[in-house]
Design a protein. Structure first.
Length: 123
């Protein structure tokens, strides 16, 4: 069981997604920008010009450096671009949830969480 110090300060959602997904979630109120001269956003809008290395850097920032992120929502088609990184992340926090986008339907066969659940049940 995780200690209280592991998750007590984790209060934000982070989003890595296409413009429509990120915009919808920002309109729902999940956007946050940290204070200070080195302010950081809790979202990344990905388009066809976004480098895979930038997506990986943002994912690493949300999972390793930021201690205020509880859940990362990532479009499944974007998670496919960094699949190895997503699949090898095993920490309990932040939780990684793959979501569909308007142009890319959700495929449960690709979801890293469902893959782990299937392995646990021997499927």
């Amino acid at each position: 069981m995780a200690s209280a110090t592991t998750y007590k300060d984790r209060q934000f959602l982070a989003v890595i997604g296409d413009e429509d997904s990120v915009t919808g979630l920002l309109l729902a109120g999940v956007g946050h920008v940290t204070d200070g001269p080195d302010s950081q956003r809790n979202f990344l809008v990905v388009d066809n010009k976004t480098e895979t290395s930038e997506i990986e850097r943002t994912f690493q920032n949300f999972t390793q450096e930021r201690k205020d992120i509880a859940i990362i929502l990532i479009n499944q088609h974007i998670a496919e671009r960094i699949r190895h990184t997503v699949d090898t992340f095993t920490d309990p926090f932040p939780a990684i949830l793959e979501i569909p986008s308007k142009d890319h339907p959700y495929d449960p066969e690709k979801d890293s969480v469902l893959k782990r659940v299937r392995r646990l049940f021997g499927e």
